[in-house]
Design a protein. Sequence first.
Lengths: 272, 267
Amino acid sequence: MRAASAQRMEDAATGIAIRNVSHSYGPAGHGVLALDRISLDIGDCEFHCLLGPSGCGKSTLLYLLGGFIPVQSGQIVTPKGVVTGPGPDRSIVFQNFALFPWKTVRDNVLYGLKKAGFAADERARRAQEYIDLVHLTGFEDSYPSQLSGGMQQRAAIARTLAVDPRILLMDEPFGALDAQTRRVMQEELRAIWRRSRKTVVFVTHDVQEAVFLADRISIMSARPGRIEHIIDVDLPKDRGEEILEDSQFIQLSEQIWRLVREQAIAATRGAH
Amino acid sequence: MAATAPAPMPSAGSPRLYHLAGTLLRYAPVAVLFIVWDLLGRTGLISRQMLPDLADIFSAFTTMLLSGDLLYNSARSISRAATGLGLAVVIGIGAGLLMASFRPVRLIVNPIVQLFYPMPKSALIPVVMIWLGLGDSSKILLIFLGCLLPVVVGTYNGAKGVNPFLLWSAASLGASRAQVMREVVLPAAMPDILNGCRTALAFSFILMVSSEFVIATDGVGYMISSLGDGGLYPAMFAAIFFVAAIGFAADRLYAALVRRLLRWREA
């Protein structure tokens, strides 16, 4: 499994190269180590899931990729160079509450498009296209507070997808959705990714979600976070609901579930 | 930034007349207060000097209104209050945002704010008089100083409390630091800013009237004190009621403005 990641080293210039990244929270010297010397290469146009028990630092790793928190040690390199701060080449969808509450759905989606410098009519066209894509047609002029949690999350996804970032970062974006919406959104995300060919780094603690979505899965250890296993998901590229019944899918999910469970058990033991 | 079309808001669904009746009923206790006032005067329990006949107050009010005295002096007062308040809002929001974004600014300004916040600003009336004399500028400065800190504190608290995911979202969509400040921090802090401004609005009226008691030759505060000195109590009360009505109207207008600006919060 580790051989696969080594083979992807040459993709680093076009993908994402994470080199020896450690991160701790709290006062320097007495902080809690959240990430311990993470090295990982994510290929160009790869759909990569970071999977692990809560508190394993997978969101921290994503925020470092996004440039939202400064890299303390090690280095992260993307096609745009070494990550030193946030940028529109790496757009993010958070789990919750990241829409601008004073803007309507349409104005939220338009915000990134304005920043990206699209002409006014192109902005309007794209905004509508992505609002339609996430099935919010008819809610363009609603404020986030007037929408359900699932609708808000779809609007946030539309806002991020509309700017067509080269790298798409997702922090448990479907975590707050009900089971049906979640399934539909997963299928659509996979389909959008197949069409647009971007690199996706997707954080989740849901094994089935990871297997359904990813090309490769990094399984992280409990705190301090390390990458314990990297699993290639050798499933058909086009995945629909039927794949959930596929014996290969089920087998892989069970294998990964056992690996994650080990980490989760280690986490509860380590906590005492 | 500008919203395209206002979102459909759930209407109260009640006819206008019904709404008016509700408003009248809500303020009924005020009418009771006036009836008690009138009764206390009629029974002679309290002298007419202390609580003049409401009819006398009303006729004094009409006289002053028709002569233009009341409107002229009110306009003078309001222009001072509006200038001081306006400066405080603009400078206060700027200072609050700077405090929230830059640690050195916060370290310098915070102790000063904490020390001066609880100080009654009317204590500065003699000071501004010495500094700037008897003209408008001394009263404007006083009102400005009194209104500044509630705006600074409101803005600072609002800006400090902005959900970091909003800031990160904007940054990852390509917003610069200055754009994040203007387009995210400012609107996100708006509820707190508007709260601070409401306190400042009330302070501006208090300081407007109290400074005119001491240093002025016109304005409603000056009117009230000079009518009182001259023993013209019904006219004095008329001026007091009038300034109270202006204050009430300003507060209601402000509340309507806030509702409009924060439309996005209601759902």
